[in-house]
Ligand binder design. Structure first.
Ligand SMILES: Nc1ncnc2c1ncn2[C@@H]1O[C@H](COP(=O)(O)OP(=O)(O)OP(=O)(O)O)[C@@H](O)[C@H]1O
Ligand SMILES: [Mg+2]
Length: 350
């Protein structure tokens, strides 16, 4: 094939990084209340006192992870404060969490085997006490951390075993996921709850406008078309909106045009939808779950126990499968109050 037909190095992107998922926006609009609330919880740490734990709760793409990044940036320069960011999807076991804390304190990762978690815990607590340091640990996507309950419990009550020790926890956990914290832990964790609400269409427009200004060359995307992107994204979330904007720009480049047109947005929209909408095909694991649910409805924890006897599966993958099955409308997940708190009940979608 003749070279130069398919690829071109002309671009509409001025700063492509602003469309990356881990980009931290300079201007964090509409979240000053939440940032202030988190700062209020952590403020005691600035004055060398024990911070207040907090729980960031809200729908996807409402700015929870970004808030942690912003707050952590603000905390640089306080040498008595040690910040540790944990992502429950990556650091999904107790050992991995304590290993990350160890790395932040001692500048090296402990060996994967041979050291029991309790020794790591003791070493961490003793260091914090002797060195008079305050640990602020953010546990993002906490539901994916297999033993989130016990991690939160142990960290919250560390000061009972090591008087004077100061640890503050920021956990990202929404209403539906709160059941993973048992009552015993909830009472020592005792977080201040900070709510994140989805962005309105107008707010999405304002956020997209700033991204466009930084990310694309002048004149590539008109305000009217930013409005259209915000409108198309209204039934999804801000992450979708940012991705739609990025893919519309790519579509425009692919057609060698200098400005984004309505048709580019429509093309990108239908492509993302095709990709994102889960199909109705049922895979092996889902089939087994549906068979179990044929007999009766189960509480989420019980369903997991039964499934674990049939297949090798971790709690985090179980959780992901349940989320996916709910989206595909194969099952219905509802909440129920029990004497131990709230729990999720899973039934087959009729
Ligand atoms: N107020 C805002 N201003 C600018 N960009 C924002 C704002 N809130 C969120 N974003 C952007 O939206 C995307 C999602 O934000 P973030 O990752 O913070 O959401 P989240 O609440 O942690 O979502 P999830 O629950 O899915 O983890 C990121 O690209 C982030 O930069
Ligand atoms: Mg997040």
């Amino acid at each position: 094939m003749k070279k130069g037909i398919l690829f071109s190095n002309e671009t509409v992107f001025k700063t492509p990084e602003v469309f990356d998922f881990d980009y931290v926006p300079e201007e964090f609009l509409f979240r000053s209340d939440q940032i202030k609330e988190i700062a209020n919880c952590l403020n005691p740490a600035i004055n060398k006192k024990r911070p207040i734990n907090c729980m960031l709760s809200g729908e996807p793409a409402t700015g929870k992870t970004t808030s942690i990044k912003k707050i952590f940036e603000e905390l640089t320069g306080y040498s008595h404060i040690i910040r540790v960011y944990i992502n429950g999807r990556v650091h999904n076991t107790t050992f991995r969490v304590f290993s990350e804390i160890h790395k932040a304190l001692f500048k090296y990762t402990p060996p994967e085997s041979g050291i029991p978690v309790t020794s790591l815990y003791q070493k961490i607590c003793e260091y914090l006490k002797v060195e008079n340091k305050i640990l602020i640990i953010a546990i993002d996507d906490a539901v994916f951390l297999e033993e989130a309950d016990s991690v939160i419990y142990e960290l919250s009550r560390a000061y009972e075993l090591y008087p004077g020790i100061k640890i503050g926890i920021i956990a990202v956990l929404n209403e539906k996921e709160k059941y993973i914290i048992e009552e015993k832990s909830a009472s020592v964790f005792c977080p201040s709850i900070i709510e994140y609400f989805p962005y309105s269409e107008e707010e999405t427009f304002d956020i997209l406008k700033i991204r466009t200004k930084i990310g694309l060359y002048d004149g590539v995307l008109s305000d009217n078309l930013i409005k259209l992107i915000a409108h198309y994204s209204n039934e999804y979330d801000l992450r979708f909106a940012i991705e739609l904007l990025r893919q519309s720009a790519i579509e425009c480049e692919n057609r060698s045009q200098k400005a984004i047109l309505k048709e580019h947005i429509e093309k990108a929209y239908s492509r993302i939808l095709k990709k994102d909408k889960p199909g109705k095909e049922i895979d092996e694991k889902e089939k087994i779950i549906l068979e179990i649910l044929n007999a009766k409805n189960y509480e989420s924890g019980d369903l997991f126990e039964i499934l674990k006897k049939k297949i090798d599966i971790s709690y985090s993958s179980f959780y992901r499968i349940i989320e996916k099955m709910e989206k595909k409308k194969l099952i219905v997940v509802s909440e129920k109050a029990t004497n131990k708190g709230r729990t999720r009940v899973i039934s087959k979608d009729k």
